[in-house]
Design a protein around this ligand. Structure first.
Ligand code: HEM
Length: 445
């Protein structure tokens, strides 16, 4: 049922717009649907209400959920005066200096500062690091014995991002390899939950998170001191050096705590997501011998087009981050025939957009051929979100997946069989293969 709202009481020529239809269930029930069985709840609500409706859930409050491609496009092309990043967002977890917490000109400046590290020649430079880390990790893989590939993928992507951020390896990175995984595991669960204050915080899971974070900051401070003392800082291409060299218009640089927040952001946002997508890659290839055979043939011939198409399809059919959020900053935001009031949350349902049969025929099929020789339509394929907050590491992630897949397929044969699909497991932010992407491999001779 739809409420008719007199959104234009002044009687100007703008047509009256409607409020999106609300889900009429107690807030707590909606919250459980959103947090615990989101995929099923969303499919049910879309069937009942269509591709735009309003839910009311803890933490985000009244939130308009959109998966209609034309409306999604309007959200992605809105300017920062109309929509800002969702509140709360991941700066809750990574800290106020994180790009997730910035909007307007501060956000734009930070993006400009970081962009060179993730595009063009920088990507080419990272390739060797990615290949080395993959070879190092898979040197001890068991042959002919099933194992979870998610953890090895996590180690590869963590090492890659640490080396991209800090440059050379060293004892400090060894310490970070110990700190980051538990910080990620716990942080994902707590990211959107309001933290308790004072001594309650100290004795709760947030206390553990604070302790890990203190360790991270201490190591980054040490690495920052080393970078400052490095006579070659000006030539260095790593992200710490980039941030250390940066100055604002008034000549001041980024504060140390903002640098810590931003580096934690890039590590946090940049490694588990990519590892999860790679986990899904092996989960799908085990069950699709035809796709696997085509990929191996292409790797042996030195090509990459089909692998690129496979990566796009993987990110569609097993969407890692299923939602991108915004908040209405303007007095109201007009979205098609709907009017969304100030301060309301807008959630773009990436996973449901990717399941739309009008855009992707037989959306449940893993079919890389649909992207062979063609790019996905903008605003219909949204694995990295869209608009001003679109993922800054999208090209980096695709390049990393490409090199990891290529290196593994060059060195290993993946056994295929008719095992049941792995279910999806929601870890708080990313949707991972429930059994960790179990595979059996043999070394190629
Ligand atoms: C397959 C891997 C990845 C996926 C699926 C993914 C997905 C996403 C999504 C959906 C968003 C939100 C976009 C929006 O709100 O419109 C995002 C934001 C972001 N991602 Fe990624 N990401 C991946 C890899 C990476 C990597 C490798 C990095 C960095 C090294 C990274 C850094 C970021 C940052 C910093 C943001 C916040 C951008 C902003 O608010 O301006 N991501 N990502």
């Amino acid at each position: 049922m739809t409420d008719l709202a007199l959104a234009n009481p002044c009687g100007t020529s703008t047509p009256n717009r409607l409020n999106p239809p609300p889900v009429r269930l107690p807030k707590l029930v909606q919250g459980v649907g959103f947090a615990v069985c989101r995929r099923r709840a969303m499919r049910y609500w879309i069937k009942r209400h269509g591709h735009i409706f309003e839910i009311n859930v803890p933490f985000f409050g009244r939130s308009v959920v959109v998966s209609d491609p034309a409306l999604v496009k309007s959200v992605c092309t809105a300017n920062p005066e109309q929509l800002i990043n969702v509140q709360p967002n991941l700066s809750n977890w990574f800290g106020p200096g994180s790009v997730f917490g910035l909007d307007g000109s501060r956000h734009r400046d930070r993006r400009r500062l970081l962009a060179p590290a993730f595009h063009g020649q920088s990507l080419k430079n990272h390739e060797k690091v990615i290949e080395d880390e993959t070879l190092r990790e898979c040197a001890n893989w068991p042959e002919g014995k099933e194992f979870r590939i998610l953890e090895p993928m996590n180690r590869i992507t963590l090492n890659v991002i640490l080396r991209t951020i800090f440059g050379a390896d060293g004892p400090e990175l060894e310490e970070l390899r110990e700190i980051v995984p538990p910080y990620m595991k716990l942080g994902q669960l707590l990211a959107f939950v309001p933290a308790p204050q004072h001594w309650v915080r100290r004795h709760s899971p947030w206390g553990k998170l604070d302790e890990l974070r203190k360790g991270f900051d201490r190591i980054v401070f040490t690495l920052t001191d080393k970078a400052d003392a490095d006579p070659r800082l000006g030539e260095r291409a790593d992200i710490l050096a980039l941030l250390r060299r940066s100055t604002r218009d008034d000549g001041t640089g980024m504060s140390r705590s903002d640098i810590c927040d931003e580096l934690m952001t890039l590590i946090g946002a940049g490694h588990e997501t990519t590892a999860t997508a790679l986990g899904w890659a092996f989960e799908r290839l085990r069950r699709h011998p035809d796709v696997l055979a085509e990929l191996v043939r292409e790797v042996d011939e030195g090509g990459s087009d089909f692998r690129r198409a496979t990566i796009l399809e993987l990110l569609r059919v097993r969407t890692v981050i299923d939602v991108a959020g915004r908040r209405v900053r303007a007095p109201a935001f007009d979205l098609g025939e709907w009017r969304i009031p100030h301060d309301r949350t807008v959630l773009v349902r990436i996973a449901d957009l990717h399941e739309n049969p009008e855009i992707f025929p037989h959306p449940e099929r893993f079919d890389p051929y649909r992207f062979r020789g063609t790019r996905p339509a903008p605003h219909a394929w949204l694995a990295f979100g869209g608009g001003t907050h679109r993922c800054i590491g999208a090209d980096f992630a695709i390049a990393e997946m490409d090199v990891v897949l290529r290196t593994v397929l060059q060195n290993f044969r993946i056994q295929t069989d008719a095992a049941a699909d792995e279910k999806s497991y929601f870890r708080g932010i990313a949707h991972t293969p429930k059994l960790g992407g179990r595979v059996v491999v043999n070394r190629r001779t």
